[in-house]
Design a protein around this ligand. Structure first.
Ligand SMILES: Nc1ncnc2c1ncn2[C@@H]1O[C@H](COP(=O)(O)OP(=O)(O)OP(=O)(O)O)[C@@H](O)[C@H]1O
Length: 606
């Protein structure tokens, strides 16, 4: 069976319905102990997807994830025992409380990375466990919280009806299926793609208008919410909770389920959760050596199957909704970009510039990379920014796009002061850039990367994307059509479903430029886009740049390839050691003594 046939079968509504019915049938076939195990699997699926969202998608390490599980279990248990609230209400309140805790944690956690983040989340896990142990008036302390209505003890009612284990199983099944459905919708929307973009590179995500801070806040909130619901289901299943159930070991178990199953996929963590639910239970002797076995599984997983079970089974999750985007759109290709007034750049000089830098200075601890640079960029023109290596070209683009803070001076865009604004803010205003080394998301396909370009144009809210409201589907469809069009224009259709990291370097560059075009820039900043391109790729690049210009969009073009620059630009601005040495047309530049000495002479011998 081919891969696509397999995906078609597993993705079809019919297969999903059959699976759901099979699972619904389980209480009729299996013994009580096994039904309980299936309930645990459901709870573990929520936990595994919760860490999958936070770590697998958004790239935020969490070593204390059991803390969210604990908060959910205690909140729900306390609400039910003390206030007699129903399961539906306790789950909703628990989800809200946990979401709030996750949101608050995102502020300190969002400020640190890697080792420090690992330590912080570990500390968070210990704190919550200690609070559960010591706050005995509320949590029952070391004795734990008992008396929670439980289907196992026959004390659980739902809508006034006593509920046995089988009924509880069905409730858990419905909740898990509902969450998985929402999870899939979320991951396959522009929200999910923004998570992976931030995971791979915050810098590059910000350059297309994604706020890393927002992504982290959302990731912690939703992840904590899911773990909280799992905690609530656990508390009601057991009828008793103690702080020992939410320690370091539980946090590691959650992590192992995600990693072993396959972070960044949907099916992987479901399999990982199943593995860690059923195997230790069937092989009781394992329990004594649990920590050692988990550690071993982690090492094996990292070394042998770094992408987990999902990787072994080739179960990659696509990051867009499978709408009928491949049907050719009636819109012609040139509608990818809204047409702006095309202004002759000569006549345009007397108008207001769209971008101005005034007396910009940039110091890097002792080194002055830019010394009082003032440039003006007018609508409809291509400005070449050239100069020898280390002259400050990229630094200027980094200042305009908000990557570096400016030492002094001012940058204005459409009459707004954008000096020292954050990168994603600047991108969202319409200044889009590419990098010297292509900054695509390597493990996303060409189509998914191009969809990232559209990010700043999406209007649908999080709920709309998660519940698949029609408006969000129509919007996604429109974006997919634009992606198809730009793929036609940039001859990328052939690579649409290939992961960008596996493609030749030149194609990766074209993908990045095409992605920038899809962001509908008001200004496009291209940092050495021709470097390393073959003749054919260069022609394609020129075609794309001309297309952008034909839509009236101004471009700042940095490159050392003089023929390429000369074939495109209206005027040039030449830098040497952070100073302006020439500004004007190409012809004048070629005759300018200072430029010949500083750059062109060198270029000849390079
Ligand atoms: N993050 C940084 N930290 C310290 N120094 C930097 C940093 N970025 C750039 N520089 C320095 O600033 C100067 C200008 O570098 P920049 O990368 O802007 O030059 P460039 O003209 O783009 O060169 P190239 O053509 O090689 O890309 C160089 O001396 C460089 O070493």
């Amino acid at each position: 069976m081919t891969k696509s046939t397999f995906h078609k079968i597993t993705d079809s509504h019919f297969t999903k319905l059959v699976l759901f019915l099979l699972f619904a049938f389980i209480p009729f076939v299996f013994a009580v102990n096994d039904v309980q195990l299936f309930i645990f699997w459901g709870i573990n699926i929520l936990l595994a997807q919760s860490i999958n969202l936070l770590s697998g998608f958004a790239g935020q390490i969490s070593l204390g994830h059991a803390a969210f599980y604990a908060i959910g279990a205690y909140t729900s248990g306390i609400l039910m025992t003390n206030f007699g609230l129903s399961l539906v209400v306790t789950i909703l309140v628990t989800a809200l409380v946990n979401g709030l805790v996750g949101y608050l944690l995102s502020f300190p956690a969002g400020r640190v990375k890697e080792f420090y983040l690992a330590m912080m989340t570990l500390g968070f896990g210990f704190i919550i466990q200690e609070v559960a142990k010591e706050w005995s008036s509320v949590t029952g302390g070391v004795m734990g919280l008992s008396g929670i209505p439980s289907p196992q003890l026959g004390t659980f009612t739902f809508l006034g009806i006593p509920m046995g284990l089988a009924y509880y199983y069905w409730v858990v099944l419905i909740i898990v299926v509902f969450f998985l459905w929402m999870f899939k919708n979320f991951v396959q929307s522009y929200f999910g793609r923004s998570f992976l973009a931030v995971h791979r590179s915050e810098l590059s995500a910000a350059s297309i208008g994604i706020s890393p801070q927002y992504v982290k806040q959302l990731a912690y909130t939703v992840s904590a919410l899911m773990a909280g619901v799992a905690g609530a289901l656990y508390a009601h299943l057991m009828g008793y909770i103690g702080s020992n159930s939410f320690g370091m070991m539980q946090s590691i178990e959650i992590l192992v389920m995600g990693i072993l199953g396959g972070f960044g996929t949907i099916i992987g963590p479901i399999l990982g959760a199943g593995f860690l639910t059923f195997i230790p239970n069937k092989l009781q002797f394992i329990q004594e050596y649990q920590l050692m076995i988990y550690a071993f599984l982690l090492v094996v997983s990292f070394l042998i199957i770094p992408q987990g079970f999902a990787g072994v089974l080739n179960l990659r999750t696509s990051l867009y909704k499978n709408l009928k985007h491949k049907e050719k759109s009636p819109l012609p290709v040139h509608n990818v970009l809204a047409k702006r007034e095309i202004i002759d750049s000569e006549a345009n000089r007397s108008n207001q510039p769209i971008l101005t830098t005034t007396n910009v200075i940039k110091d890097f601890s002792g080194l002055r990379a830019l010394n009082g640079i003032s440039i003006k960029l007018y609508r409809g023109e291509i400005l070449g920014l050239i100069g020898p290596n280390g002259s400050g070209k990229s630094t200027l683009v980094n200042l305009i796009s908000g990557i570096y803070p400016i030492t002094s001076g001012k940058i204005s865009f459409e009459d707004h002061d954008i000096t020292n604004k954050q990168s994603h803010y600047i991108a969202n205003r319409g200044i889009i850039r590419t990098f010297q080394d292509p900054h695509n998301v390597a493990n996303m396909t060409v189509r998914e990367n191009l969809l990232l370009g559209n990010h700043r144009l999406y209007q649908s809210g999080i709920l709309s994307c998660t519940i698949n409201f029609k408006r969000s589907l129509v919007e996604e469809q429109e974006m997919l059509v634009k992606v198809e069009q730009i793929m036609d224009l940039s001859e990328l259709a052939h690579y649409a479903d290939d992961q960008v990291g596996n493609l030749p370097y030149g194609i990766q560059r074209i993908v990045e430029v095409a992605r920038a075009i899809l962001a509908e820039p008001k200004i496009l900043l291209l940092d050495e886009p021709a470097a390393g391109l073959s003749e054919t790729e260069l022609k394609l690049l020129i075609q794309l740049i001309r297309y952008v210009k034909s839509r009236g969009i101004p471009i700042v073009l940095i490159d050392h390839h003089m023929e390429f620059v000369a074939s495109l630009v209206d005027r040039v601005f030449v830098l040497d050691s952070g100073e302006e040495i020439y500004s004007g047309d190409m012809k004048g530049m070629k005759q300018n003594k200072q430029v010949i000495e500083a750059y062109l002479g060198v270029a000849k011998h390079a």
